[in-house]
Structure formats: structure tokens, C-alpha cells
Design a protein around this ligand. Structure first.
Ligand code: SF4
Length: 360
């Protein structure tokens, strides 16, 4: 029988988990520090992203922007360039915006109270709880996907973890379980347990430090949890992109700041309509979004890329500038650049997939 998490065994659970964490936690660059700026950056990067991917990005980001003042002073392009490839670019844009607010309105001091910190752009319940508990030992339970999974198994929770309506329930369970003396360490311990022991597939229950408390393990049902709502299959969009050459330069355009890949640079592109060929679509987009006429259009390559909610298949064409002045539609900037300068601009991963096909 799993030990019920009544007060006495709750304290036993907390003690057992913390003892395990202090001994087995991974050595990560944001561990063992209490600098709110660095903890904040790490927590934002860790959202939706695996630790092993984050480590390198975190180290480069902190090297380039070691404090909130330097982040606030950076251009959006600099910030996006360091973030390039990490995805979910709104996180980077919001961090820079929030850094500006901290520097301009809050004397450069990151708020140590929940309501003020939570008001900064991009800060949600999870980041506020994680940053404030880890940095200031504030008594807030952080609930991310890892922690939801652990809770769902510990308590045999029959609510799907990806159902928005279940958020409150998971938060209540986490609040109830939180160690109020060491909330920061406890939150990290729960995350670590989810990441390295109570993994999505094949949790290593036999060596789990809290298996005597776990209702799913005791009932041999750990593989049944967490429950999930079935996701719709991600749609696949057929797209085209056009690399326009003008002498030794190509035209790149900047996406609007809000929305997917906001602020990144790319080649003019769009979705192919049902009644047109890829080549026709390419010419149409170039006319529509940058107002140019092109000639010598040639097929270059096809790439595929998956985003969280959809996939794209992009036929890439190259062509030569023929006439017209650039007039933008739905974009915020455009530049003629040498291919060798493309690396100075933050580009989507999908664009990186065909850069080596371009002729220098
Ligand atoms: Fe997760 Fe297994 Fe530990 Fe339960 S016993 S918390 S299912 S690893």
C-alpha cells in the first residue's frame, strides 16, 4: 500500500525527496546559485525544451548578456541571434522587454515578490513560482509538465495533464505537497525526479526514492499515467520560399514581432494555393509580399520541418531580381545581403535547412 500523503508521511516524503536530490542532482550551470537573473533565464529556456539542449544556449546567453542591464541594452536582433535554434522565440522577445522594464522602471532590481514579478512580460505562474522559490525561497509550488507527470503517478490522478481544465487541480496537489521550509529545493527536486527517474517512458520505479509513497507504482499502474487527451494529427502545409538574387546579394525579410518566429529573418515565402503550382505560388508571393518582379526562376530543393502544432513542406526556388522597388506587405523589414552575411541574422531552423544549397 502506498503511504498516504497525510501530514506525517508528507513530511517524510519531502525529506526523502530532498535527501535524494541533494545527493543525485545533476551538475547544471544554473544550480547552486541564487542570482535571480540567471535563474530566470534558465527557467525561461527550460520551458518546453530539454535540459541537454538548454545548457549550451544558457552558457552562451549568459556570456553575451551577463546581467539584466546588458540584456536591456541589447538589440532584439542580438538577442534573437543568441536564441536562434532554441525555438519559441516569444520567450526571447519577452525576456528582453522584461529586462527593459526592470532597468527603466525598477532601478535594475528584479522583483522578489510574486505579484510584481508575475506582471513582467512572458512571466507565467510556472516561471514566477520557479524563479521566486529557487532564488528567494518563496513558498510557491512550480508546476510544469515533468511535475504534473510525477503528481499524476504519485496520486493516480485521472485527469488528463494536457487538459487546460486540469491545471488548477495539479496546482492544488503541488501546493499541498510543497515543502514550505525549502520550497526552491523542493521544486527543483520534483523537476529532477520527473526528468531523470519518473521519465515519460519507462520510469525507473525500482530505484525511485519515493516509490513507497507512489500510488501508481504500488498498484503496478505507473505505465497508465499520466492520462492525456488525444491530440489531433498535426496538419501539413505545402509552402514555397523564393531566394531572390540581385548580383551577389539576396533579399531577406523580417517577420512581424508578434506571432510565430516573430522578428526572425527569412526568404519571402507562403502557402501554395490549391489551384496553383509551386512555381506560380513563389512568383505570386514575391509580387505580393515584397512587390518585385523576378526572372530565371529555378527549383532548388525541398525541405520539411515540424513545429509544435503543424508541419511544413517547403519547395525552395531561386530566381533573379528583374524590376521593382521593395514594398512590404505583412513584414517589417527587408534587406539585400551577401550570402556570407546571412549568419549575422537570426534565421528560422527551416531556413537553415537549405542554406547550404545556395550558391555563393
Ligand atoms: Fe514515478 Fe515510479 Fe517514482 Fe512513482 S515510483 S514517482 S511512477 S518513478
Amino acid at each position: 500500500m502506498a503511504k498516504l500523503l497525510i501530514l506525517e508521511s508528507k513530511q517524510e516524503f519531502q525529506k526523502t525527496l530532498l535527501t535524494w536530490f541533494k545527493k543525485h542532482q545533476r551538475d547544471l550551470p544554473w544550480r547552486g546559485i541564487d542570482d535571480p537573473y540567471r535563474i530566470w533565464i534558465s527557467e525561461v529556456m527550460l520551458q518546453q525544451t530539454q535540459v541537454k539542449k538548454v545548457v549550451g544556449y544558457y552558457e552562451r546567453f549568459i556570456k553575451r548578456f551577463p546581467d539584466v542591464q546588458q540584456l536591456a541594452a541589447a538589440t532584439l536582433q542580438d538577442v534573437l541571434k543568441v536564441w536562434e535554434g532554441l525555438g519559441y522565440y516569444a520567450r526571447a522577445r519577452n525576456l528582453r522587454k522584461a529586462a527593459n522594464i526592470v532597468v527603466e522602471d525598477l532601478d535594475g532590481v528584479i522583483p522578489n515578490d510574486y505579484s510584481n514579478f508575475r506582471q513582467l512580460p512572458g512571466v507565467g505562474d510556472y516561471s514566477a513560482a520557479a524563479v521566486l522559490s529557487i532564488t528567494f525561497n518563496a513558498p510557491y509550488a512550480a508546476v510544469d509538465g515533468n511535475i504534473k507527470r510525477v503528481l499524476a503517478r504519485l496520486f493516480i490522478m485521472e485527469t488528463p495533464i494536457n487538459d487546460g481544465r486540469s491545471a488548477k487541480l495539479f496546482q492544488q496537489k503541488a501546493d499541498d505537497l510543497l515543502d514550505l521550509e525549502e520550497p526552491g529545493l523542493f521544486n527543483q527536486a520534483m523537476m529532477e525526479l520527473g526528468a531523470i527517474v519518473c521519465r515519460p517512458q519507462s520510469p525507473t520505479c525500482l530505484v525511485c526514492p519515493v516509490n513507497t509513497f507512489c500510488q501508481a507504482f504500488q498498484a503496478k499502474r505507473q505505465d497508465e499515467f499520466p492520462l492525456r487527451l488525444k491530440k489531433e494529427k498535426a496538419p501539413e502545409h505545402q509552402m514555397v520560399a523564393g531566394v531572390i538574387y540581385k548580383g551577389s546579394e539576396v533579399l531577406i525579410v523580417q517577420r512581424p514581432l508578434d506571432g510565430l518566429l516573430g522578428g526572425l529573418w527569412e526568404f519571402p515565402n507562403g502557402r501554395i494555393a490549391e489551384d496553383e503550382t509551386a512555381e506560380e505560388a513563389c512568383i505570386r508571393y514575391i509580387t505580393e509580399v515584397v512587390n518585385l518582379s523576378v526572372t530565371n526562376i529555378k527549383y532548388l530543393t525541398r525541405i520539411k520541418h515540424a513545429y509544435t502544432h503543424f508541419k511544413i513542406v517547403v519547395d525552395v526556388f531561386q530566381c533573379d531580381y528583374q524590376s521593382g522597388e521593395v514594398v512590404l506587405k505583412g513584414l517589417i523589414d527587408a534587406k539585400w545581403v551577401k550570402l556570407t552575411s546571412l549568419q549575422d541574422y537570426p534565421l528560422p531552423r527551416a531556413t537553415h535547412k537549405f542554406l547550404d544549397k545556395l550558391i555563393l
